[in-house]
Design a protein around this ligand. Structure first.
Ligand SMILES: CC(C)(COP(=O)(O)OP(=O)(O)OC[C@H]1O[C@@H](n2cnc3c(N)ncnc32)[C@H](O)[C@@H]1OP(=O)(O)O)[C@@H](O)C(=O)NCCC(=O)NCCS
Length: 225
C-alpha cells in the first residue's frame, strides 16, 4: 500500500475519497492520510472521516502520492494552477480509477487523473495527466483528452474526438465524432457539439453555439505565448 494525500476538500475531493475506498475494497492499494486545503477554518476538521491536514503546500513536505481534486465550471483552470504551484514530479501523482469504471484495450491514463464510477473508455482512448472524469461518462475509440480537462457526469463523446488542455465538458453534453474542443473552452451542460470549438470559448445549446469567451482565456493565452 502507498500513502496518498488528496489536494482539495470540496465536492470532487470527497468523491475521490469515496473512489479510493471503493478501490481499497477490491484490493488494498492506498493509505489515505488526509486532505489538503488552503482554508484554515478546515484545518483539523474531517471530511467523510478523513482529516484536513493543512494547506496545499504541505504536499511538498510528504513523500505520499498526491492527487489534485479541485475544479468547478466557474473556474476550470484551478487544477492546472494548483499543479503548477506544487511543482511536483509526475511520478508523485496517483492515477485513480474507480473499480466500476471500464477501461478498454489500448487505453492510456495519465498521472494525477481520476476516473469515477461508471466511466467507460471503449478502446484506444488516451486520457492525459490531471484529468477529472465524472460518473457515467463514455469516451469512445481514439478519443484524446489533454491534460487538466474536466468531463462532468454523463457526457457522451464520439470516436476520434480531441478535448483540449484544460477544457470543460458540462454534464450530459454530447460531442460528435472527430470534432475538437479547444483548450480551456467550456461546453455547457446538455449541449450538442457538432463542430470544432476554438480555444478559450464557452459554447451552449443544441446545436452548440458560441456564448462568450471563457474566463480561462487569459490562462490559455499565457500558456501559448
Ligand atoms: C455554460 C455555462 C457555464 C454558462 O453559464 P453563464 O455564463 O453563467 O451563463 P448564464 O447562466 O448567464 O446564461 C447565459 C445564456 O446562456 C444560456 N445557457 C446557459 N447554459 C446553457 C446550457 N447549458 N445550454 C443551453 N443554454 C444555456 C442561458 O439560457 C442564457 O440564455 P439567454 O441569454 O438567452 O437568457 C453554464 O450554464 C453551464 O452549463 N455550466 C456547466 C454546469 C455543469 O456541467 N455542472 C456539472 C458539474 S458540477
Amino acid at each position: 500500500m502507498r500513502d496518498l494525500v488528496i489536494v482539495g476538500a470540496g465536492g470532487f475531493a470527497r468523491e475521490t475519497v469515496a473512489a479510493v475506498r471503493a478501490i481499497n475494497e477490491v484490493r488494498p492499494a492506498w493509505r489515505l492520510r488526509g486532505l489538503l486545503d488552503d482554508n484554515p477554518a478546515l484545518h483539523s476538521t474531517t471530511r467523510l472521516g478523513v482529516p484536513v491536514l493543512g494547506p496545499l503546500d504541505a504536499a511538498a513536505e510528504t513523500d505520499a502520492a498526491v492527487v489534485v481534486c479541485v475544479g468547478n465550471p466557474r473556474d476550470p483552470g484551478v487544477r492546472e494552477r494548483v499543479v503548477d504551484r506544487l511543482g511536483l514530479a509526475a511520478d508523485r501523482y496517483a492515477t485513480l480509477v474507480h473499480p466500476a469504471a471500464q477501461i478498454g484495450a489500448g487505453s492510456l491514463i495519465g498521472p494525477g487523473t481520476v476516473l469515477l464510477a461508471g466511466v467507460v473508455l471503449t478502446a484506444d482512448v488516451t486520457v492525459d495527466a490531471h484529468v477529472a472524469v465524472m460518473p457515467h461518462t463514455v469516451l469512445t475509440h481514439d478519443d484524446r483528452v489533454a491534460a487538466f480537462a474536466t468531463i462532468a457526469s454523463g457526457v457522451r463523446v464520439g470516436g476520434g474526438v480531441t478535448v483540449g488542455r484544460g477544457a470543460y465538458l458540462g454534464a450530459g453534453a454530447l460531442i460528435r465524432e472527430s470534432v475538437t474542443v479547444g483548450a480551456h473552452s467550456l461546453v455547457g451542460m446538455g449541449s450538442v457539439v457538432l463542430a470544432d470549438i476554438p480555444p478559450g470559448e464557452v459554447w451552449v445549446g443544441n446545436p452548440a453555439r458560441h456564448l462568450r469567451p471563457a474566463h480561462a482565456a487569459s490562462l490559455f493565452k499565457e500558456k501559448t505565448q
